[in-house]
Ligand binder design. Sequence first.
Ligand code: IVH
Length: 670
Amino acid sequence: MTETDEIKRIDQLREELHLHNYNYYVLNAPVISDQEFDRMMRELQDLEARHPEHFDENSPSVRVGSDLNKNFTQVVHRYPMLSLGNTYSQAEVTEFYDRVKKSLNEDFEICCEMKFDGTSISLTYEDGKLVRAVTRGDGVKGDDVTDNVKTIRSIPLVLHGSGYPKSFEMRGEILMPWDVFEELNRERELREEPLFANPRNAASGTLKSQNSAVVASRKLDAYLYYMLGEDLPHDGHYENLQEAEKWGFKISHIARKVRTLQEIFDFIDYWDVERKNLPVATDGIVLKVNSLRQQRNLGYTAKSPRWAIAYKFQAERALTRLLKVTYQVGRTGAITPVANLEPVQLSGTVVRRASLHNADIIASLDLHIGDMVYVEKGGEIIPKITGVDLASRPAGSEKVIFITHCPECGSKLVRYEDEAAHYCTNETACPPQIKGRIEHFISRRAMNIEGLGPETVDLFYQEGLIHDVADLYDLKAADISRLERLGEKSAENIISGIARSREVPYERVLFALGIRFVGETVAKKVAKAFPSIDALAAATLDDLIHVDEIGGRIAQSIIQYFANGKNREIIERLRKAGLKMEADPSLTAAYSDKLQGKSVVISGVFTRHSRDEYKELIERHGGKNVGSISRKTSFILAGDNMGPSKLEKARALNIPIIDETRFLDMINEE
Ligand code: IVH
């Protein structure tokens, strides 16, 4: 790679890792395995080390992922919650061991333990009582989730026995056992709720629930693996945990004190296989220098202790034959290639299909039909192909070439600039797109039409009863009840479900239309800015882009949607059918005209309302919120940390700066 290529790669990795961080910590829905994430992070760290001139204080490499949730009170950790150095290689375990040996220059013991794959927690006990449970957060401060944690039965609220310190902390991992996880996902599937990708996300999602009864019902478990405090009973970490067990803590019995590297490797090899029989998810082994005195001597780097390391297991993988590649067409026309495999056993289930994501991935794997391929399940539900065993490629085998035409309707596929996926653009006549749009329209978060599901949609489509979402409102009970699988009762249910959907508010109708890139949140923003479908249809690209958080891509997609005559026709039919095509006026009604003619700039961080709320208040009181300061600006609504350049400009133009309390007084006074 050249200098410029390396810089480009740094930017690319930063952008991707930010996104993966968000998927993992905010959405609780990672799309890549931890191992892949770690690999990318390492590549970034290496490249950044070579290019200090390209430093960025907000690079994903400088932050420890945060799970902070603004609805919980934040608490600063008495001792920061650091993470462990990670490795996948036995060579690095050897390096760790040699480093410890050299630094200590005396005998030492290593405590080998499982690395539990859940969400970490810090528990504070005072006078034998649990007083606080805090998540890891950003390592320095975390969320106070005490009420939720108290519902976890394996966590003692009051200690028994004696000899515990007056005040101390226990750290450990909150876990959702495999069987509970599988049951939970089965239930969610029935209710058409999004599934949790793995027990770790299910555990952390549950722990952040606003309702501790939900937490209680989810049957979480916890193992404690680290005691911190001033006057602990022993100098040995292992011995302290044994003591803690007597006080009522749940301690894993898979822990062993060893002295030699060989014993460490034996432990690793044994548990790499045996862990598959454990009731909870594990993703590696943690090695800790046992003596606390020796731990203090070894100390810490900025991010992790020098006295411990995590060895992560290779994701489980299997080798099997690629039989063929098929292609699925989604609601938006996006094409997903799917590998059809010779059935193979992988972490307890039989795998027959794996996602291939897109054409680039197929090309980079250089896949051929009949290849022996590696399938991995890195903690996620859908397995993927991570490599090809080239040595066993059959002679003369056929290379997998991505299709050029839609497998369902035969239209030529297109690939948009900057996108990895191929699309079938035959929106109005490609069956899976038609059915997909109807399924989206009726789904719970959209029109929420009870009694209808993917199978009934398929049946109605096959029978020629529906071709688009507007057809739903022309359905008659008699049309349905004559179908073989449905009786009069369910026909009536469906019809009344459809009738009730007429009450669904405008913003959800907007979401239900399935305009590309207009998800639930965007639909809300759009509905606020354009309170009727006619206003939206008349909006120009420029009007759209000026709405907060609507970028060019979304704006373009909305314009395209309304440019299509078929879509306008459907909207007209839906309007005639009685669907809400306007926002409820009370949501946008004016409060007063106190800010009439005023143009207001918002800057800084606020405590009493969010920025969006202030924007709304300004507008509902007749004012206009503008982005940048000019001579025409009436005043600046300033929170904390207003940017220095804005401050300077405001002073130069002599524009009043008003804080939030004064602003609220201003709009509230009679
Ligand atoms: S000890 C100073 N022991 O792994 C480090 N951590 O990357 C103290 N974890 O945040 C942690 N099993 O959530 C320790 N047996 C174990 C563990 C363990 C899982 C997690 C923990 C921590 C992360 C470190």
